[in-house]
Ligand binder design. Sequence first.
Ligand SMILES: NC(=O)c1ccc[n+]([C@@H]2O[C@H](COP(=O)([O-])OP(=O)(O)OC[C@H]3O[C@@H](n4cnc5c(N)ncnc54)[C@H](OP(=O)(O)O)[C@@H]3O)[C@@H](O)[C@H]2O)c1
Length: 431
Amino acid sequence: MVGDHITTAERQPALATTAAGGAPGPGGVLLTGATGFIGMQLLARYLERTNRRVYTLVRGADNREVQARMQQTLARLYGSDHPYSDLVVALRGDITEPGLGLGRIGDSLSERVCDIVHGAASVSFSLGLPASRRINVVGTREVLAFADRCQMRGDLRRMSYVSTAFVSGEHGGCFSEDDLDVDQRFRNPYEASKFEAERMVGRSRSHLPVTILRPSIVVGETGSGFTTSFNVLYWPLRALARGAYQALPARSDGVVDVVPVDYVADAIFALTAAREAEGATFNLTAGRSASSVGEILELACNFFGRSAPRLIEPQLYRHVLHPLLLRSSRSDRQRRALKSSEVFFPYFATKGTFDDRRARVALRGTGIAPAPLHTYFDRLVEFALRAEWGRQSPVRAEVCRGPARTPRRQSRTTVRRVAGVQPAPTLVPAV
Ligand SMILES: NC(=O)c1ccc[n+]([C@@H]2O[C@H](COP(=O)([O-])OP(=O)(O)OC[C@H]3O[C@@H](n4cnc5c(N)ncnc54)[C@H](OP(=O)(O)O)[C@@H]3O)[C@@H](O)[C@H]2O)c1
């Protein structure tokens, strides 16, 4: 019920009207991060597969903006014509604020929520540690405090926390679902803050029915390539499409563990409901089927009809070439591109792997499993080109219906036109 039922987060009697008004199924679900990449897919699953009331915590200056943002999210999923508005209650809030910024609504909400799925986070690799901690650690603490309230006042069945497999940091070996603190160092404040948050969530197992879900690098949907996020893997793909690299700081045998968002959302949806998942942690990763840098480069070069860039030892790049390139870059734009590229490079020089045995066993028989990247790689890139790497916002439902797809292989000219620039062969990533 976007818009009609909750007037402002401060005027909370509206919540009672809402919950009593429609015909919700058993127990409400609170989603944080529903306007984001993974949260939006989770929202879609609750809407399409249950008749439960879904409460979403959405940031916004006022209630009008919150409702508009929720409408935009639904429109991105379904276009303008869909039957789901009546199941969603968008609430203005912020995980970093006491009581999630819900004000008086918090008490009545806590009586109605049976499942919490906490996916809200800052996923920026370049945000500083204090700011990352504020959202990822302080925010998670507030969500846990709200879960306590739900448990005291209502009937909390599960508190699911979306962590990341990269709480493993730079750990070089196999990282299991029981591992957390292995004396690892972290590549960035995102990993460090998610580690701290997961440790805190783990401790709350003593009194809360917690499940921890750890996806690795999440990319678009297996069937359509649909995504709203063009981060880690997309970044070098886009640069390759533009012919921006003659060389890359990466190791051919570097492990790149990628999973499609439909697997991640299906798994979170299923495990949140599974009794045996209570108290457990799951690596939602490709595990033994993870790709290598070499494999991804081959897939990408085949797709774009390009020859593979040379791979440079990452240490050599970081300590010698990168500073040189920064010093000699001719414009601020080029320097910014270099700077923003550097946060992704460590993910293409890793040796660490993930053991996802518990997730595979728990999901056995459900048909929920991550497809190997090579089986849907082309669809990811086709969608990225169609979305112009995030500049356009195709509607998921339309993409899934599958209007004319771009051909598997495109001429270099077509790829360059869609990618939006003429190639500029250089070591400097011109993104
Ligand atoms: N994407 C991946 O590859 C990946 C991999 C492993 C794990 N994860 C985890 O999956 C979760 C979702 O990631 P994502 O990729 O979907 O991120 P995303 O697209 O950036 O979405 C983040 C969501 O969190 C919300 N949010 C951020 N700060 C908030 C605050 N202070 N109060 C309330 N909401 C706030 C955002 O709201 P706004 O719309 O207002 O910004 C947005 O809805 C995160 O916990 C992340 O660590 C992601």
